[in-house]
Design a protein around this ligand. Sequence first.
Ligand SMILES: C[S@@+](CC[C@H](N)C(=O)[O-])C[C@H]1O[C@@H](n2cnc3c(N)ncnc32)[C@H](O)[C@@H]1O
Length: 364
Amino acid sequence: MNLSFLRFGISCCRDKPILSEGKLDPMVSQDEIGPVYDKLSGIYDIWGRLTESRARDRAIELAAIEDGQDILRWLLESRFGGDAEYAKEYLDKLREVRDGVLNHRLKLGDGAVLLDVGAGDGLIGFGALDRLGPNGRVIFSDISRSRLDHCRSLAAQMTMSERCEFVEARAEDLRPIADDTVDAVTTRSVLIYVADKAAAFREFHRVLKPGGQISLFEPINRYGLDAWRFDVTPVSDLAQRLRDFYRRLQPPDSDPMLDFDEHGLVALCEATGFVDIHLALHIFVRPATRQPWDRVISIPGNPNIPSLGEAMAELFTPEEATRYETHVRPRVEAGHGVVREAVAYLAARKPEREAPTPLNAGLS
Ligand SMILES: C[S@@+](CC[C@H](N)C(=O)[O-])C[C@H]1O[C@@H](n2cnc3c(N)ncnc32)[C@H](O)[C@@H]1O
């Protein structure tokens, strides 16, 4: 599984044209992209509800409606590399992860209340609505108001507003949600942004009813950290400088995206008081696929770091950049090498409340 779908980065440069000489220019500011991204991201949910062919039609339809908007077109094309197969692969993987979270030991009876923490575009939350039955409810929580507004508007479009609530809150501080009130807590790719993961687990535990369940998905980014994707011997000096640069920005022992593994997740879960803990670790060691060089240098590995192109511009002289590209680009474009990735699905349950000791216990 290629986890590049977990990330999305935008370069900032206001004064550059979006379209230059008929070619799409990826240098668009975050301000310009934000609202359009919110609009586009609804496709995930639409994809979840439609068959593949209808979803493909829907994506084309959306692109056509917005044809006059260069940014949307840019976004569609850059996000998916203008490649319908890549778009399908990308969205299929999101759907697979969503189903993995929602099917992992979760018992969602009709009328259940599910809290999706870090709901983002609503991938998990809207998927849950289908499974909760007509009386089930979903609380979408996120630190991003714009993401919540986006989910609110999707819920209205789906005429599901009365089954949805929207709460602006951090995973580590879910105070707007009362103790013992939800049946399930889900989260996907959110703990990687949370420094105090123990606090997040405590909050999940607090808001769950006794017997309530958590189901979460996180990439285990430490896995394969020291491996090279392909032989970099001829440019090992440059490759090492790039690696050191990214390690300084995200030190593996302290950065929230890297400072945990599957054992750490289980330990946190247990220390919080959860029981029936089950973690499924999926490790993927697979041949690399062919990637367009432009995509590889312009899309950062995650939203907190610069893209490869930006890092090369910062670290390398023009000659070094050419030497690096001359070696690496053909291998990237030909799909040489091995990709190593790991992801974890974690499910657990809050214990039932202990039955109060009967007053006459011990008396016969
Ligand atoms: C990679 S997105 C995942 C979105 C969604 N869970 C999904 O499956 O598509 C990460 C989300 O976590 C949210 N987020 C980041 N830090 C957070 C925090 N400390 N508490 C709650 N949400 C957070 C972001 O606003 C973003 O919506």
